[in-house]
Design a protein around this ligand. Structure first.
Ligand SMILES: *[C@@H]1O[C@H](CO)[C@@H](O)[C@H](O)[C@H]1NC(C)=O
Ligand SMILES: *[C@@H]1O[C@H](CO)[C@@H](O)[C@H](O)[C@H]1NC(C)=O
Length: 264
């Protein structure tokens, strides 16, 4: 205090308040370096670590989700896409709710790292016309895909072969405006009972022409190989024969040539 210049004395209360603020400020921040995103909170629900960020106005997957989270609720936000590895730092995540967002794109590696743990995934009530089947590879999950504008093509049929649907959520998978005109508004599961979208038929014409091409090429290859084998065998016979005949033929020829030469 004696060091303080006299003209700064009137500022003393203000300075002490400032230092107090700084001390308490720095005293508070170190114990919680992970500042939770606004509108998010941690809870323990039925003994499971739960992270809730419902209706938090999020447009991206937030940072700072604790790595022991088992249930994650990101529903009712404005998420537009799920990038690759978005949840790979959550090694015990079992349940993920992404419903009621604005999702138009889900990366093929969106759920990478969750293969051993994720059981429930809610993608309902978004803007998805399709999701890559790769996103579900290796996962043992139950998904809710209802209330999205699905394109209802082979890709969706493939997805449904790799996942189980949440009970009763199948009727909510309805074809959206991006689908074939005669499918728009139709329930996808009823549709796929009658039509195979990945095999032959209108949806699978490209695949069937590919198969036809493959069969034709296979046929040609077999013919070429058969001919080559035949050719090699024949040549083997021909190369054997002259070796035995040469001694028999040689003297006759020399005789012939000698007679010929004498004639000439
Ligand atoms: C979470 O991270 C901490 C520190 O990096 C680590 O010690 C702990 O094992 C992790 N927990 C899980 C469930 O992976
Ligand atoms: C699936 O999602 C729809 C729309 O969000 C919801 O109404 C329904 O209850 C969900 N079903 C299940 C089994 O989670």
């Amino acid at each position: 205090m004696p060091l303080l210049a006299p003209h700064l004395l009137p500022l003393l209360p203000f300075l002490s308040l400032l230092s107090l603020l700084l001390v308490t400020g720095t005293g508070v921040s170190p114990p919680s370096p992970k500042v939770l995103p606004r509108g998010c909170y941690i809870a323990e629900e039925a003994g499971e670590q739960t992270f809730r960020c419902s209706r938090a106005g999020l447009s991206t997957v937030p940072n700072g989700i604790p790595n022991d989270t088992r249930k994650l609720y990101l529903d009712a936000n404005q998420l537009a896409s799920v990038p690759a590895g978005a949840f790979q730092h959550l090694p015990v995540l079992e349940e993920l709710d992404l419903s009621h967002n604005a999702l138009v794109r889900v990366s093929g590696a969106a759920f990478q790292g969750l293969e051993g743990t994720l059981r429930h995934l809610d993608l309902s009530a978004n803007q998805l016309a399709s999701v890559p089947v790769a996103a579900f590879m290796g996962l043992q999950i139950q998904v809710n895909l209802s209330a999205n504008p699905w394109r209802c093509d082979c890709a969706l049929q493939e997805v449904l072969r790799h996942v189980r649907l949440a009970p009763g959520s199948g009727t909510g998978i309805v074809c959206g405006p991006g689908a074939r005109p005669d499918l728009v508004g139709q329930e996808f599961l009823l549709l796929t009972r009658e039509e195979e979208l990945c095999g032959t038929g209108r949806g699978g014409t490209r695949r069937s022409t590919d198969v036809a091409l493959l069969v034709t090429m296979g046929g040609w290859l077999t013919l070429v190989v058969a001919y080559l084998i035949h050719y090699v065998w024949q040549n083997r016979d021909e190369t054997r024969r002259p070796v035995k005949r040469v001694p028999l033929v040689q003297p006759m020829r020399s005789e012939d040539s000698s007679t010929l030469s004498t004639v000439v």
